[in-house]
Design a protein around this ligand. Sequence first.
Ligand code: SAM
Length: 418
Amino acid sequence: MSTEDLVSRSVELRRRLAATLAATGDVRTQPWRRAVEAVPREAFLAAFFRPIEGSVETLWEPVTADLVDGSERLELIYRDETWVTQLDRTVTPEQSPPAVAGVPTSSSTMPGLVVRMLEELRVEDGSNVLEIGTGTGYSTALLSERLGGGLVTSVEYDPDVAARAAAALRAGGYAPTLVVGDGLGGYPTGAPYDRVIATCSVHHLPAAWIEQVRPGGTILTTLTGWLDASAGLVRVEATGAGRAIGRFLGTTDSFMPARPHDRPPLPDDVFDWISESPVDERPTAIGPEVLDQTVDWTAAYVAQLAIPDAQPIGISEGDGPMISYLIDVRGRAFAALIPQADLSWRVRTAGSFDLWARVETALANWRAAGEPSVESFELRITPDAQKVCFPGSEQLLLPGPEAVDRGGPDREGRGGCR
Ligand SMILES: C[S@@+](CC[C@H](N)C(=O)[O-])C[C@H]1O[C@@H](n2cnc3c(N)ncnc32)[C@H](O)[C@@H]1O
């Protein structure tokens, strides 16, 4: 296909994508539909990875101008799919072998989710928006198309990713403020913002975002913990003085974790610590399947909220089966779930608190409340604590924001929701 043919095919594909997203309900308003029709996604996806079908541990195949014909690339780019652009924080498609394993660390999120989030952001003409996670720059371009670059600030952690996005945005005539750095600190220079949107997920809402949004402004993000459970999109409204309140939207979306909020590495002495710690052992009615969102989406999220600093690890003892351990490095506590021959479970706990008892209590409270769905959960934020509350319960599930880092009062789960 000639360059001219590719350009006119791109126009057709953008119109088709916008119509598809309107039909699925992801695009709901004309300004965002026009933005999807206007922004050429190929300008932000010069090269990307596609998963190799049938690979057991996902293997990735690079899709570059050298390897895949222009018209085929264009058809792929306009699918409503996420295309990974970086693996393991360093590997790009251009320098990749034909098949490579790795964890995605940057991507162009599927347009349906990008635009659904932009709709849920409820911007108005003149809204001043802070975006965390520039990635390829595609969502930044949509925002710039809708609001004008002067009202858009976007922060990207990875300097190489940021440089590519900046070049693509400039070439497309977009002029948002682009910042390279840790978006968890926001960007005070451009504050106050009317809206904050994050296309990477956070462990808790950073205090800086709440401080940098004007009262009445909103923050849209996903909260994902170290057990990998997500509760989809959550939108909170800032109410002033470091406070905010909001709801989960009831979606099943998740994003790659914001880099400094990713699970911390396990200490070198973790195995010694586990083997040398005195343990209490008891039966438990709840096995590790409760942590699996494919078994029960909400229950797994509730369990994670109860132990937000815990991370999973499988350890086999001698020739025995793989045992599921949950380890809270900061709290110096762990729990191990031991399968029994009669299919029941026993739990061994050790450390400064009974980690599994927190899961049991949170789930018992949630079940006693009638297993309310995530849409009815409320996120309440003060400078000292972040609480997820569900109707009929006073249970505080999520330790406070920076209180987590400070080891503050809400680590103990004190305080209620009313
Ligand atoms: C899913 S991608 C973003 C998709 C992007 N909005 C798009 O449309 O292409 C997530 C991005 O967040 C970035 N990121 C991760 N942690 C971050 C942080 N603390 N501050 C800013 N960016 C971060 C990653 O490097 C990655 O590029």
